[in-house]
Design a binder for this molecule. Sequence first.
Ligand code: CMC
Length: 431
Amino acid sequence: MSNETITVINNATGERHDFPLRQGSLGPAAVDISSLYKEAGFFTYDPGFMSTASCNSAITYIDGEEGVLLYRGYPIEQLATKASFLEVAYLLLYGDLPDEKALVDFEKIITRHTMLNENLKDFLDGFHYDAHPMAMLVGVVGSLSAFYHDSLSVNDPRHREISAHRLIAKLPTIAAAAYKHSVGEPIMYPRNDLRYCANFLHMMFATPCEHYKPGLVAEKAMNLLFILHADHEQNASTSTVRLAGSSGANPFACIAAGIASLWGPAHGGANEAVLDMLLEIGDVKEVPRYIEKAKDKDDPFRLMGFGHRVYKNYDPRAKIIREVCHQVLDEIADVNNPLLELAMKLEEIALNDEYFVERKLYPNVDFYSGIIYQALGIPRNMFTVMFAVARTVGWVSHWLEMMSDSNNRIGRPRQIYRGPTQRDYLPISKR
Ligand code: CMC
């Protein structure tokens, strides 16, 4: 640990307070101001957590300036091209890549937990036919806590591990069931002879009267997208999971909270919003007009799939996915994809526009993921659900890490109060 300190001086009173600098294994150091209020009597103010580290974590590292993303130290580029999704899931959960036996055992455990309690089907049946699958996902995942009482002791490491396995295993089953409900088809049971992504494709596209053989290209593309989306350190949904979990809430409730946070268009909802935007633009000729709208501060329109809080040069996930996007479309779609053409034009114009260059706004992972999902036949309202299935691995890894941290305390931010000062209640006739 570094012995460096940072001194805070109150210019009004001349009081000085020293705070330790905490240095991680990579990245900038952080001033530990946890005793600031006790010592100096004031808070820090950092809306949107622009400069605030909320926890210690050994899971994922991002260098936004250099476009680096590491899972447990491994570059995303290597994992995306060489690993399977469950191998990456094991890495995120346990800290190291599995050997052959550990991977086989892990795959068996996850496969054993893919089924849902039959009564959960009644929950899905209760949703209106046009319910958004994300709405169903939030509800059904939260309700899992009503079914698995045998693993809900959050202070028991073995219970926590079983819940983590259940969540990773059951999310694809719930996601596919939500889709089947929305198209009025019977739910397909998982097939435990298939790999994780192939089984997911089976549950999405098979019917009781028609067998579906997941193609290798589709399975590989989904495996890649799931790896790219598996974790991204303290993003909004992961921080939501941690905050919910900090109170000792059960893991199913915490992951449901994460799913709700992911749904927003500034976060995981962006992949669906990108497709909506491309369809709205409709024609390459319209691109310049929409670029102008995105630059206009009086217009709420933003270029969806552009910009990132952390990446200020490029999003390494977008770089990987961009290449795969062309490959997948060439192999799966037999005609030129007009949406991809539109997306490429939009990207080209935006990347050369002063507004976007100045603000370092580059395409992010979700600029391309929706286009690939669309080519795989996944409907638009399922895009964020796909993100949620993959990110569940990251969420549970962070939840497990937080719950085994002896320094874990309930998350409780403070505020700058700007409301009325104390006043007295008046009878209604005198107001
Ligand atoms: N289109 C037009 N202008 C933009 C955009 C955009 N997509 N993104 C940021 N800006 C402008 C913004 O108006 C601001 O301009 P100015 O400095 O003149 O006020 C400047 O760029 C900085 O933006 P910000 O909103 O302060 O940046 P942020 O870090 O708070 O927001 C963001 C990051 C991702 C929410 C935002 O860039 C955005 O809304 N992007 C579109 C939604 C999107 O694609 N989200 C997916 C993120 S990647 C997947 C994930 O990890 O969830």
